[in-house]
Design a binder for this molecule. Structure first.
Ligand SMILES: NC(=O)c1ccc[n+]([C@@H]2O[C@H](COP(=O)([O-])OP(=O)(O)OC[C@H]3O[C@@H](n4cnc5c(N)ncnc54)[C@H](O)[C@@H]3O)[C@@H](O)[C@H]2O)c1
Length: 435
């Protein structure tokens, strides 16, 4: 098949590359000239494990190309995927301008009847709106569930593929496209467009809610002397609950959970339904990073004049994405209290510095995690990259100031090892820190 993808962000680039790897001819269109230039020069605008080799191979084999506009012969594609961003507006509703702009482009450029697939996360009713714009073309919803950091394997081994379309022709077309991903079993869920649109928000809100719930549990553990590891194990062993996604941390971030939770609240508001749980989830998330900030402050005594090192600037490991990462708010808070901040991250330093510069914040970053900790009074493990999980604590203690504290906001370090090196330890609701 001939496929066009709009947007070469985390979703569009992975989807376009994945589809080309399955053997189809794919053009990825993005209005960002720099990104397209980079891709055409063989560089990737994002970091995603395993993606660079796939892009290289499919470009070499002539199945994958990049452009800033819809060029022939791709104005006669079988399917057009919309994978552009839907960022949060001030009032919590997603900004659909890019999605609707692509719809208008397709209305004007595509002459023969085609299928338009909305992959971007959009509120219920958006596909109907796109349909009004594009007229005769078939519009389907096909939300994306990939996880940054594991996006390539998620593309090839999806938990499910949701197709929102009442047209049998479109269902058949999408089933055929995704057939190679289902050799080990049926993954497709076919439904109507509105349900498909809502599934994506419901899934993200449910996951965000689990995180916020466990974050509140960690606060309770901290003050009551209970241990969050034991609580997680005890709770997660219930088959109705399950073990995954029950880890406390500094609050969720990224380009999806914060915006999608708020979008669901806004969607409810627009339809007269009070979304109490998403509202509370959002509030609890905002408060979790404040809770972490207070733990850091307590560890430092006072933040004025102190040096704080942050390990992990991306919102989760294995990505360079810093959108809504806890590191951003936390850094601003620490600076406002008179601390100096130095950051380290295996992939996200450039993005972090760019965002910080835009907020006129003066933050230093280092390429080496131990150099970053030089002279630090507090080291905060914010994102659980693998290289932070079993560091050389003796080396670390030598670099850090006397009496320094390690604040582990992901509860991944062995407390015994931290303490054996002469460092103080603070976790999130972990009892073993006292031993
Ligand atoms: N990032 C994720 O983990 C993830 C996972 C699932 C779903 N989603 C959803 O997928 C969508 C895309 O997310 P993302 O993280 O890939 O976004 P992104 O910001 O990384 O990429 C969006 C891209 O769209 C391009 N774009 C904007 N207007 C355009 C236009 N008119 N024509 C062509 N390109 C245009 C931008 O230049 C940008 O490169 C969002 O709705 C998001 O909520 C994201």
């Amino acid at each position: 098949m001939r496929i066009t993808i709009f947007g070469v962000g985390y979703v569009g680039l992975v989807t376009g590359t994945g589809i080309s790897e399955l053997g189809h001819d794919v053009l990825c269109v993005d209005t960002n000239v720099d990104k397209v230039k980079q891709l055409n020069e063989g560089a990737l605008p994002i970091y995603e494990s395993g993606l660079a080799d796939l892009v290289k191979r499919n470009v070499r084999d002539g199945r994958l190309s990049f452009a800033t506009s819809l060029d022939a012969p791709y104005d006669q594609s079988d399917m057009y995927f919309i994978a552009v961003g839907t960022p949060r507006s001030e009032d919590g509703t997603p900004d659909l301008r890019d999605v609707l702009a692509v719809a208008r482009t397709l209305r004007d450029a595509v002459k023969q009847r085609a299928t338009i697939v909305v992959k971007s996360t959009v509120p219920v009713g958006t596909c109907d709106h796109v349909q009004e714009i594009v007229g005769e073309h078939d519009v389907a919803s096909n939300p994306e569930f990939l996880k940054e950091g594991a996006a390539v394997s998620d593309f090839f081994r999806p938990d499910r593929i949701v197709i929102g379309s009442e047209s049998e022709t479109v269902q058949r077309q999408l089933r055929e496209l995704y057939a190679p991903l289902q050799l080990s079993g049926e993954r497709v869920i076919v439904t109507d467009r509105r349900s498909s649109e809502l599934i994506k928000y419901a899934a993200n809100a449910m996951l965000a809610m689990r995180i916020s719930f466990m974050n509140e549990m960690s606060q309770l553990c901290e003050v009551t002397g209970a241990d969050i590891h034991a609580v997680r194990l005890g709770v997660g062993s219930d088959a109705r609950i399950g073990k995954r996604f029950l880890y406390a941390g500094p609050g969720y971030g990224g380009s999806c959970f914060p915006k999608d939770v708020r979008a669901l609240t806004a969607l409810g508001r627009a339809h007269g339904v009070t979304m109490q749980l998403t509202e509370a989830t959002d509030r609890a998330n905002d408060e979790q990073v404040v809770f972490v900030a207070k733990l850091i402050e307590k560890a430092a005594g006072t933040l004025r004049g102190k040096r704080v090192c942050l390990w992990g600037l991306s919102y989760k490991p294995d990505t360079d994405d810093v959108r809504e990462a806890p590191s951003l708010w936390l850094t601003k808070y620490l600076l406002s209290k008179g601390a100096s901040v130095v950051g380290h991250d295996p992939e996200a330093r450039d993005n972090f510095r760019r965002v910080m510069r835009a907020s006129e914040c003066d933050v230093q970053t280092e390429a080496d995690q131990y150099v970053a900790a030089e002279g630090a009074d507090v080291l905060v493990l914010l994102t659980e990259w693998r290289s932070y999980r079993a560091p050389n604590f003796t080396k670390l203690a030598k670099r850090m100031s006397a009496g320094a504290t390690v604040v582990d906001t992901r509860n991944v370090l062995r407390v015994r090892d931290v303490k054996a090196a002469g460092l103080r330890f603070q976790g999130l609701g972990v009892r073993r820190q006292e031993s």
